[in-house]
Design a protein around this ligand. Structure first.
Ligand SMILES: [Zn+2]
Length: 313
């Protein structure tokens, strides 16, 4: 049977699967349409270099750049019951889960970690919009409770990055139960006097907006993020009125007193450091690192002179 696995199967696979081509070297900006080179885009934290549009960023990419030296450790989240309702729409729920896991490389839609930001210890949770729209199911509820409990145990602030299309319909009422559960988790932090900071990213909607995403001591949003319970299209169809320009955008919400700050992603780390230190009554952060003690650095050896003809043949 070896020839089947060694010869026939690879031949069939090569016939039916296209060759691996680096097709994701360029990303098109959703807002201005500019083609952006993947490395430059990653350097700018998935923010368009042309128009400043904030695209989705995975929890791990965000944490890599948020924590000091990109060092953090995951906080274990208890696994919920899989497919409690045996839910099926066009596909079965476990099939959708497997597809999302394969696409993102994550097991679920929220990642909880702990580490230091500007040398202040914090616990942070980030929702992954690429994983079934970041939908709030039992896992997300468990993740928020686990994160809050960890922050309580270590007496640190809890920072949540929200991004979601709402509750996970495949878990029905069990997903809606995560709204009161996460609210209780936030309340535990409040009673312990620990800061709970929410960063709203594009888009944060539905049951997430109706629970933990709007309960922060400090509410920050990324520029241009859509933050709402029901989306503008639904509202427009219901009330049959034209909505104002920029309705439910982060800037609109800031203007109407629903947010404290709208902060660009590149400035977020510094701003969080300042806020954490203020709220935890720590001295202000020291900007820049001093060089380690040791002998004075030697001057660079002189570089060889350029050819006088400027490199022309
Ligand atoms: Zn753009």
């Amino acid at each position: 049977m070896n020839w089947i696995s060694n010869y026939v199967r690879p031949t069939i696979n090569s016939l039916f699967s296209r060759r691996e081509v680096p097709e994701n070297l360029w990303t098109k900006c959703d807002s201005c349409g500019t083609m952006l080179f993947h490395r430059e885009l990653a350097d700018s934290l998935n923010v368009c270099m042309n128009c400043g549009h904030h695209m989705n960023i995975s929890p791990r990419d965000r944490f890599d750049r948020l924590f000091d030296n990109g060092i953090y450790s995951e906080v274990a989240v208890p696994a919920p019951l899989a497919d409690p309702l045996q839910f099926r729409d066009q596909k079965r729920y476990p099939e959708r889960m497997r597809a999302a896991q394969k696409k993102t490389g994550e097991t679920e839609a929220m990642l909880v970690v702990e580490g230091e930001i500007g040398r202040s210890p914090v616990v942070s949770a980030c929702q992954d919009f690429a994983f079934m729209g970041g939908s709030m199911g039992m896992h997300v509820g468990n993740a928020l409770v686990a994160g809050a409990e960890r922050a309580l145990k270590r007496r640190t602030p809890f920072i949540v990055f929200a991004a979601a299309g709402g509750a996970r319909m495949q878990e029905g009422i069990l997903s809606l139960m995560q709204m009161p559960r996460s609210t209780v988790a936030v309340q535990m932090l409040r009673e312990a006097g620990l800061p709970y900071i929410v960063v709203l990213t594009h888009p944060t909607t539905g049951g997430v907006t109706a629970s933990y995403a709007m309960l922060g001591d400090i509410q920050i949003a990324e520029p241009g993020a859509l933050i709402c319970f029901a989306g503008p299209r639904v509202i427009e169809q219901t009330i049959r009125e034209k909505l104002p320009e920029g309705f439910q955008s982060a800037e609109y919400l800031l203007e109407h007193g629903m947010l404290d700050r709208v902060t660009a992603r590149r400035d977020l780390r510094d701003e969080l450091i300042t806020i954490i230190r203020l709220l935890m009554r720590q001295p202000p952060a020291i900007k820049g690192e001093l060089p380690p003690p040791g002998p004075a650095p030697q001057p660079d050896p002189p570089t060889p002179a350029e050819p006088s003809n400027g490199g022309q043949p």
